[in-house]
Design a protein around this ligand. Structure first.
Ligand SMILES: *C/C=C(C)/C=C/C=C(C)/C=C/C1=C(C)CCCC1(C)C
Length: 242
């Protein structure tokens, strides 16, 4: 009750709390950056930067709530976490679609990737909450959605569009985003496996899940946006030199 003024108290040694605070500030700063930089890029790239800023803005708002939730309750703000993800992960699929659109990407590719991500997140949520005792099975079901996205960007139609674009700047950015999917997104299942019944339960301390998720979000949401930003800037330079 002493926290009525939202003067959330952070105790020393509360590393999870630290990462929630750092996360909310980093997401906010990234949002300001992406929105302000929209004016330095041309035409279609503005939409891509707008989406980057929306991703970090949605995360910033959720981190603000998650931070308070953690400070008050010292438990994982699972619902906020998944509401954030179910909005931001499909937006990351939109980013892929936007950069590939002028090279022939169809809406069906976008919907396929969104379907995979919703599958991944809804089943992951069920495993973390309603069916926690069978979290391993739900984690495996969730991973099928992850594999679907992974397949699309490493071997599937998204990869083919990038390959056929004959545009090295686009290809470089596409490959960086594909690495985020491979290495950056793989951070999340590690956090998930620290809950009871998971392979890493007892190996890592139980509060590491939120730290792992928070690190994953910072790397992936801000990193993704920065790749898009540099693609936009490099494309502008190329247009200018033609
Ligand atoms: C900005 C938020 C992002 C990029 C969130 C990504 C989340 C994942 C890639 C989550 C994946 C999971 C699995 C592959 C299996 C276990 C359950 C999840 C949902 C943690």
């Amino acid at each position: 009750m002493e926290n009525l003024l939202l003067t959330a108290t952070l105790e020393s040694g509360d590393y999870v709390g630290f990462t929630f605070f750092i996360g909310s500030m980093a997401m906010l700063a990234a949002t300001v950056f992406f929105f302000l930089e929209m004016k330095s890029v041309s035409g279609k790239w503005r939409t891509s930067l707008l989406v980057s800023g929306l991703i970090t803005l949605i995360a910033a708002v959720h981190y603000y709530y998650m931070r308070d939730f953690w400070v008050e309750n010292k438990t994982s703000p699972t619902e906020f976490r998944y509401i954030d993800w179910i909005l931001t992960v499909p937006l990351m699929c939109v980013e892929f679609y936007l950069i590939l659109k002028s090279f022939g990407a169809k809406k069906s590719l976008l919907w396929k990737m969104i379907f995979y991500s919703v599958w991944m997140l809804v089943t992951g949520y069920l495993g973390e909450t309603v069916y926690r005792e069978s979290s391993a099975i739900w984690g495996a079901i969730s991973s099928l959605g992850y594999l679907g996205i992974f397949y699309e960007v490493w071997f599937g139609s998204a990869k083919r569009l990038s390959k056929n674009s004959n545009n090295p700047t686009l290809q470089k950015a596409f490959n960086s985003l594909a690495w985020f999917i491979f290495a950056g997104w793989a951070i999340y299942p590690i956090g998930y496996m620290t809950i009871e019944g998971g392979l890493l339960h007892g190996v890592l301390p139980s509060e590491s899940m939120d730290i792992i998720y928070n690190i994953g979000d910072a790397i992936n949401k801000i990193g993704f946006g920065l790749v898009i930003y540099s693609l936009a800037i490099n494309s502008k330079k190329e247009e200018a030199s033609v």
